[in-house]
Ligand binder design. Structure first.
Ligand code: ZN
Length: 332
């Protein structure tokens, strides 16, 4: 079993004999991009030049083009592969499976000639991510520390909606978050029938269009530079503006502000300034969710991702101790 999966020192998750996910490995002909977050895009240009195929879901391809420019993926070897659609290379079969994270995220399953099932979860959260039965599992370890549990996860969406409604009674609401997460918030608000107009800057607008193309429901939103948005803005109408987290220092400083962050375990909502709150909406499974995935996948060997931010060594230790399954953090 050992040797069928690994993580190299550039953060590439190696599955079977041919696949490298989310970073570089020059010996591998296939590169998979599991989703459009920057810590999963290491050396993508290099892979576009070198690999036989660079594989991702159609939604991830669209998102990358919206973020990096339409020409960034103009390469003959880019392969948009739907969930569940098999891709055969030599004697191995690769399949992308849905993961609940940002739009387009995929788990990567490789089945080799001996019938061994090898899987990388990529980033995910439960309960909407399907747990796949596997032999060898490579798992995200972002919240791999037992302190990192969110018992309140189910009520976060309600906390978010009621906070936005409260803010809208007084003034415009500004929401700051990362690409993908902002659109998730827009959808939560629309599903909860928050009807206020949404205003977004250009990049958020482009990414929102992609999210709608792939089935998300965001209602009506206006580009910040449009006349209609400008007049709402001047009159300080009740609207919700969505900006990337990096804009929070210089935009909407006197407005009702909400920051969306995953790194929060004390409560679903926390006041962090006079008119500023933090909402603990995460796209990653917490510690309990990670252990749950490992147990239910019935894997015989687990590798925790020790390259990206997280607690891979701690998680591996707890998998061995609590579940009695061999586990190691890689790269060392
Ligand atoms: Zn991610």
């Amino acid at each position: 079993m050992l040797g069928k999966a690994s993580i190299n020192n550039k953060g590439a998750i190696l599955l079977g004999k041919y696949v490298a996910c989310d970073s570089l490995d020059d010996s591998r002909p296939l590169r998979v991009v599991t989703h459009a977050h920057y810590d999963h895009l290491n050396g993508l240009q290099h892979s576009l030049r070198r690999c036989e195929a660079v594989i991702m879901t159609p939604a991830t391809k669209d998102l990358l083009e919206a973020m990096r420019g339409r020409w960034s993926l103009r390469s003959d070897n880019v392969k948009a592969l739907d969930y569940e659609e098999p891709f055969i290379h030599e004697d191995e079969k690769l399949t992308l499976r849905f993961a609940d994270h940002i739009l387009g995220t995929a788990q990567v399953l490789v089945e080799d000639a001996e019938g061994t099932r090898i899987l990388y979860t990529s980033d995910f959260k439960l309960p909407r991510t399907p747990i796949i039965d596997v032999d060898v599992l490579v798992i995200d370890a972002t919240y791999g520390n037992p302190m990192q549990v969110r018992p309140f996860e189910r009520i976060v969406e309600n906390a978010l909606v009621s906070l936005v409604e409260r803010g809208l009674k007084q003034e415009p609401v500004y929401i700051f978050g990362y690409h993908g997460k902002l659109q998730e918030v827009m959808q939560i608000l629309r599903n909860a029938r928050v009807g206020a107009p949404f205003i977004v800057p250009e990049k958020v607008f482009r990414i929102s269009e992609i999210c709608e193309k792939h089935g998300m429901n965001l209602g009506k939103y206006h580009l910040f530079s449009e006349g209609e948005a400008q007049s709402m803005f001047k009159k300080k109408d009740a609207f919700v503006a969505f900006y990337h987290m990096n804009s929070r220092r210089y935009i909407g400083s006197d407005a009702f502000r909400i920051l969306i962050s995953g790194w929060e375990f004390s409560s679903p909502r926390r006041q962090i300034g006079d008119n500023e709150h933090l909402i603990a909406l995460s796209d990653h499974s917490d510690f309990k969710g990670l252990l749950h995935y490992v147990r239910e996948s019935r894997s015989k060997l687990v590798i925790t991702d020790n390259y990206r931010v997280g607690a891979a060594k701690t998680l591996a230790k707890h998998i061995e101790k609590r579940l009695k399954i061999p586990a190691r953090a890689l790269p060392k």
